[in-house]
Design a protein around this ligand. Structure first.
Ligand code: CAO
Length: 524
């Protein structure tokens, strides 16, 4: 049994453990990466000094470690003879005639035949001293090679995919400055360990990258994750990192692939619910220090907001929404509702317009069954449901929840009103069970009690439509020969345009309007 400790990591001290790549019981091979450390300038994977089985972890993510800090206990690990310390230096220009100089690969320690994975400049580019020229990647480390001097790139001597070692020519630089003979003083030099473990490998050269374009988005990932992503053909820039500082982890790459496959299977883009990210090449989210402009206060999102946010986002971007607006003349219905309220109040519940809305929606859904449906995962067919479970959006102090009124077609308006009162109370008291939120076939979101004239509700996938209800208002409506004061209820129907076309949506809302204008239709 031996204790694996952090080897000599050069100038780095109190470096954060950002990823633990093994767990107790794992068999590891010699040189297999155990943990990833990250300072503000470099990412390093610490490899195992020997083969063995991990017995016990001595660190956790977020710990700060330095040389000698224990990492884990390894069973049957055999200590290795220490390797001689390697020096790393910046790319050295070779003397040339005139002002042109060939920039070569500097001493990169043990690494030989390392692949060029990115070329960051092109002929004609003016480069600054220390600006990164190319990125090299071995199976353990990613290194950027900086320019030893300012100048203009005359000619590239490498292309992506080339394998290079120390002294391989990178490019010809027409210098503005004289070449220098000293390595960059500020470049930390991760030295070889003096103890048993082999040398940790810097995952990024300790110089922050210069963005090549304003929109350049750089992913933050360890070399092994980069390699993994490349093997699978995953564009890292499109993977949402779930690690510290947005770092892309193995699981994120796996999730991206899973999401992409599922998305393809369902005939739609990969969704974020599966940690997949989206196939959009968007610029990075702006990082703004708001406090610079005035006082601020940071409030954490509620649990419900955190849970429902990604699903709302997924639905919003993966379903082609169209919203159809209409309005229903509910003058008679409102008079009828008011006439009944005395009775329902005696019975202890409130009869609001929403109970009638549910009833009217069920009638319209029966007439237009494609609205009471879900798109099959293959994207090839529509699953029409013969039951009518209506989701009702309820606003709670914690956020929005959508409990489901089951078998609404078999319930009378009074029963629906009573149930609405009960579920909205349960929702606000946080006493809904998971089952209360499942199985919906169509949803209604009513903001009528609050205000507004129209809105565009987000479809509650896998449903294909949602009805938004806004506040009813008395207006003068032309009745063919005269204006009449009528109570008009605004409706906003969002529908999935893959499944429902515009004409059908207009027919559905017109029919719904006719039912609300004469609720007796729901008896037919
Ligand atoms: N037009 C005018 N008045 C309306 C109305 C409408 N469309 N709908 C309700 N009202 C009135 C009610 O009659 C009631 O009036 P009184 O106080 O005089 O009795 C008042 O507004 C409040 O109604 P309510 O909100 O208590 O009851 P409800 O049945 O209409 O709605 C519920 C219940 C749970 C849906 C609602 O309280 C709620 O949470 N709504 C918000 C839903 C939401 O946030 N949706 C946004 C989702 S984003 O897609």
């Amino acid at each position: 049994m031996s204790q694996v400790v952090v080897p000599d990591i050069g100038d780095f001290k109190e470096v954060e453990v950002i990823e633990i790549l093994v767990k107790p019981g794992d068999a590891v091979s010699k040189e297999q990466s155990l943990i990833t450390l990250e300072s503000d300038k470099a990412t390093m994977e610490i490899p195992s000094p020997a083969a063995g089985v991990v017995k016990e972890l001595k660190i956790k993510t977020g710990d700060k470690v330095s040389k000698g800090s224990p990492i884990l206990l390894l069973d049957d690990a055999k200590a290795e003879a220490p390797k001689p310390a390697e020096k790393r230096s910046a790319a050295q220009p070779k003397p040339q005639t005139g002002s042109a100089q060939t920039v070569t690969v500097p001493d990169i320690g043990d690494f030989k035949e390392v692949e060029v994975i990115e070329i960051l400049v092109k002929p004609g580019d003016a480069v600054q001293k220390e600006q990164s020229l190319i990125t090299l990647e071995s199976d353990k480390a990613t290194m950027e090679i900086p320019s030893p001097a300012a100048g203009v790139v005359k000619e590239l001597k490498v292309k992506t995919g080339d394998k290079v070692s120390k002294d391989a020519p990178i490019l010809v630089l027409e210098g503005k400055e004289e070449r220098r003979s000293e390595p960059r003083p500020e470049a930390p030099e991760p030295a070889a360990p003096k103890a048993a473990p082999p040398m940790p490998t810097p995952a990024t050269r300790p110089v922050p990258r210069e963005p090549r374009e304003e929109t350049a988005v750089k992913s933050h990932a360890s070399p092994s994750v980069r390699k993994f992503a490349r093997e699978l053909g995953v564009p890292l820039a499109q993977v949402q990192g779930s690690g510290p500082k947005g770092r892309v982890l193995h699981a994120d790459v796996q999730g991206f692939v899973k999401g992409a496959l599922q998305g393809r299977a369902a005939g739609r883009p990969p969704d974020k619910g599966g940690q997949g990210g989206l196939p959009f090449n968007l610029p990075a989210w702006p990082e703004v220090d708001f406090a610079k402009f005035g006082p601020i206060e940071t409030r954490p999102l509620s649990r419900i907001q955190k849970l429902s946010g990604p699903y709302l986002h997924r639905n919003w971007i993966s379903i082609p929404h169209v919203t159809q607006f209409d309005e229903a003349d509910i003058t008679e219905l409102e008079a009828f509702r008011k006439a009944q309220t005395a009775e329902t109040e005696k019975k202890g519940f409130k009869l609001t317009m929403l109970a009638f809305m549910i009833k009217a929606c069920v009638t319209a859904l029966r007439e237009y069954p494609q609205f009471n449906a879900s798109l099959e995962r293959s994207g090839e067919s529509l699953i029409i449901k013969k039951y009518f479970h209506i989701g009702v959006a309820v606003d709670t102090p914690e956020g929005l929840v959508v409990p489901v009124v089951r078998d609404a077609d078999r319930k009378g308006v009074f029963d629906l009103a009573k149930e609405l009162g009960e579920i909205s109370k349960l929702a606000r008291d946080k006493r809904l069970k998971a089952g209360d939120l499942q199985g919906g076939t169509f949803s209604i979101s009513s903001l009528g009690g609050i205000g507004g004239t129209a809105f565009t509700p987000i479809i509650n996938a896998p449903e294909v439509a949602i009805l938004g209800v806004s506040r009813s208002v008395m207006r003068q409506v032309w009745a063919g020969n005269e204006f009449r004061a009528r109570l008009m209820l605004p409706l906003s129907l969002s529908y999935d345009h893959r499944v429902i076309d515009g004409a059908t949506a207009a027919r559905f809302t017109s029919y719904l309007v006719s039912v609300l204008s004469d609720i007796r239709k729901s008896l037919l």
